[in-house]
Design a protein around this ligand. Structure first.
Ligand SMILES: [Zn+2]
Ligand SMILES: [Zn+2]
Length: 371
């Protein structure tokens, strides 16, 4: 099955603003979210399709690539840890996008508010060279993030003491008020919604339970990544609170421009100059590739703009087998300065060429046109 156009998926025009794309995605996400359509495979498919379209069109750089190159220009899918981040609950989507957290807060008052919270996901933008993307690499990252405080094991209380359940809210973090028919939940002011109070705060983290640290880690970047590729490193985001699990780290790849090669998907393109004599007589030239040099046979009578394809000398396919090709476009370069010897030979050539054209009657025709 061929992939649908991302703009069609979100039902927006190609000139849609970021805000229009956001609202379009929100509409679809709410309608097709798996929470609302249990056991409905087609809804889930639609939901995933919309999420994928949104992940590309909401990202300026990805959207530009998609506009230029279509699906081939953006990295989606691939290995298990690649692609769009997994989707969370429906509140997470709306909360992330629109800051709706509080609207839904009431619905889960007393349940999730005071329970353990998962740590935030982190994004790390990594710029690498085309050569590094070609061979794959291991990158040394330094990531500032919140880690669980070792002194208090994350509960925020000084060693030897324990946090106490908040008396005002009974540990739920919320206080309910009856207003006519409605019951309104408010964040508990005594504990700021944490559901517990700390009498003697841990001196290391001042009762917060987490500390900002710079974490050093090595991340393997697989061969074939391109700008926009996302590597998910599970559990390396920020620490959770009150025993919640850590978030994930997403390493987002940016490829630096290369002075010789242009890349499109797994193919790479290079322009190579040749002399008039090489073009006219034919020649063997050596072309730089990403792993050394390759001999290319220029046949007699080659014109500027002729493209030679070097099979399997392009980029490796991410998470797959095989390689793209290297396309070499040659251009015949007119010399801008000549040695005495070159000038003499070219003048001889010019004399013969003029005579050649006269014999064919071409020069007279040209004179007729311009004379
Ligand atoms: Zn602490
Ligand atoms: Zn409280």
């Amino acid at each position: 099955m061929s992939k649908r156009d991302y703009y069609d998926v979100l039902r927006v025009s190609r000139t849609a603003s970021d805000q229009e794309i956001k609202s379009a995605y929100r509409r679809l996400a709410v309608r097709y979210h798996p929470d609302k359509n249990p056991n409905d495979a087609s809804a889930e498919e639609k939901f995933k399709e919309a999420a994928e379209a949104y992940s590309v069109l909401a990202d300026g750089e990805q959207r530009r690539r998609y506009d230029r190159f279509g699906h081939a220009g953006v990295a989606t899918g691939g290995g298990p840890s690649w692609g769009a981040p997994g989707f969370g609950g429906i509140e997470d989507i709306l909360g992330d996008l629109f800051g709706f957290g509080d609207v839904f807060g009431g619905a889960r008052a007393g349940t999730r508010r005071s329970a353990a919270q998962r740590g935030a996901d982190l994004r790390y933008d990594l710029e690498i060279t085309l050569e590094e993307a070609y061979g794959g690499m291991s990158a040394q990252l330094r990531i500032p993030r919140l880690e669980t405080c070792e002194t208090c094991k994350g509960n925020g209380a000084a060693p030897g003491t324990q946090p106490e359940t908040c008396h005002t809210c009974g540990g739920t973090g919320q206080v309910r008020y009856q207003q006519g028919f409605f019951s309104v939940a408010r964040t508990c002011h005594a504990c700021s919604g944490a559901g517990r109070t700390i009498k003697t705060p841990c001196s290391e983290c001042r009762g917060i339970g987490r500390i900002e640290r710079e974490k050093q880690m090595e991340v393997k970047i697989p061969a074939g990544v391109e700008t926009g590729s996302r590597l998910r490193v599970q559990g390396e985001g920020e620490a959770g609170t009150q025993g919640g699990p850590p978030g994930d780290l997403y390493v987002v790849i940016h490829l630096a421009e290369h002075e010789q090669f242009e890349r499109q998907g797994s193919n790479i393109y290079a322009a190579v100059p040749i002399t008039f004599a090489q073009a006219a007589l034919g020649a063997e030239i050596f072309v730089k590739t990403l792993e050394g040099e390759e001999k290319v046979k220029i046949p007699m009578g080659t014109q500027t703009g002729t493209v030679f394809r070097l099979k399997a000398k392009g980029m490796p396919v991410l998470g797959g087998r095989g390689r793209g090709d290297l396309f070499v476009s040659v251009s015949v370069v007119t010399p801008t300065s000549l040695t005495r010897e070159q000038r003499r030979l070219l003048e001889q050539l010019a004399a013969v060429e003029t005579k050649d054209l006269e014999d064919k009657g071409l020069v007279d025709k040209v004179r007729d046109i311009f004379g």
